[in-house]
Design a protein around this ligand. Structure first.
Ligand SMILES: Nc1ncnc2c1ncn2[C@@H]1O[C@H](COP(=O)(O)OP(=O)(O)OP(=O)(O)O)[C@@H](O)[C@H]1O
Length: 325
């Protein structure tokens, strides 16, 4: 099945005519994270799923990037691979200047602890600890003393000053998410990854959290990457990256909810399918170089026919090909 993105000039199409920068484009301050050829396959053989297909991406420092796409398009997988929470099948990932693909588990754990903050849909707060203890827990585990001035700023920015001695069960959902947000910010990480951070919140609490993430970028100079299904949430970001079938197929600067909604309507299908037999390297290269019959003539973005060459190249954990046609 050929996947069309009508009327749009996709990132892939742009790459045919000009050596376009990777989606996300690093700001003048550089990349907080970037990936090249990031490929992630789950399972092997007939049941293998290619969740990410040779993704190139730059996460610009000091910006708020949203990742959107249909269910199963690879959003969470992309976030987990960028954050070093999941291994990659092929390709490379950097946090700042540090290549994390290839790091040993212990080094990766330390890097995640020291340089990355996480916010998940389930807030992951410890019920027996109060808000302040939850906020400082990662630093306590790491044996690091919080920067008190910064911690104060985060607590005040998030409006948690009067809730610090409360346990999670004594806080509303929005307040719990703010604690999770403060915990992600407290160690002043280079990068914050948020997976559907408003998914469990009512719209008012969701708006609050998005406002705080926005503030974290604007006031505190943080870098945020947020996976979301919600155009309204994406509208708080500086840049939306659109994933479909494990690839970044488009991006939008300065999104509005209406523009995001409209753009999402233009995408068709888009779930990652089971990968069939893998193809040989020549075909992979041909597909990547755009020699696979892009449409183009009618102005539509000629995306790649997934069946060209009979499948896609899959790799096992150490990056070697595990199958060929
Ligand atoms: N642990 C796993 N084992 C096997 N397949 C997986 C695993 N995790 C994800 N997948 C598959 O990889 C593809 C991408 O999944 P991912 O969770 O990244 O998508 P998503 O865009 O975040 O979806 P959603 O919006 O529904 O959360 C899907 O086809 C999914 O079924």
């Amino acid at each position: 099945m050929t996947q069309h993105v009508h009327g749009l000039r996709t990132t892939e199409e742009a790459a045919v005519s000009t050596p376009a920068p990777a989606p996300g484009r690093a700001s003048s301050d550089g990349s907080a994270a970037h990936a090249r050829g990031l490929t992630k396959a789950y399972g092997t053989g007939e049941t293998a799923v290619l969740a990410l297909d040779a993704v190139d991406v730059d996460i610009a420092r000091g910006r708020f990037t949203a990742v959107m796409g249909p269910s199963g398009s690879g959003k969470s997988t992309l976030m987990h691979c960028l954050a070093g929470l999941d291994t990659v099948s092929a390709g490379q990932v950097w946090i700042g200047d540090t290549e994390i693909t290839g790091l040993r588990d212990r080094e990766l754990t330390r890097l995640r602890r020291d340089r990355i903050g996480f916010m998940f849909q389930s807030f992951n707060l410890i019920p027996t600890l109060n808000a302040l203890e939850n906020i400082t827990l990662p630093m306590d585990i790491a044996g690091r003393r919080p920067d008190e001035a910064w911690l104060d700023q985060v607590i005040d920015t998030l409006g948690l000053r009067n809730r610090l001695t409360h346990r999670p069960s004594q806080l509303s959902g929005g307040q719990q998410q703010r604690v999770a947000c403060a915990r992600a910010l407290a160690s002043r990480p280079e990068l914050i990854f948020a997976d559907e951070p408003t998914g469990n919140l009512d719209s008012r609490a969701g708006l609050e959290v998005l406002g705080f993430l926005r503030d974290a970028v604007d006031t505190l100079g943080q870098t945020v990457v947020m996976v979301t299904h919600d155009p309204g949430a994406a509208a708080h970001s500086d840049l939306v990256l659109y994933l479909a079938d494990g690839r970044i197929v488009d991006e939008m600067e300065h999104p509005t909810a209406e523009a995001v909604l409209e753009r999402m309507r233009l995408f068709t299908g888009g779930t990652t399918r089971a990968a069939g037999p893998a193809l040989d390297r020549r075909n992979v290269r041909a597909v990547r170089d755009g020699e696979d019959g892009r449409d183009g003539a009618d102005g539509t973005a000629g995306s790649r026919d997934r069946s060209v060459g009979g499948g896609r190249l899959l790799h096992d954990g150490d990056g070697t090909a595990v199958g060929e046609a």
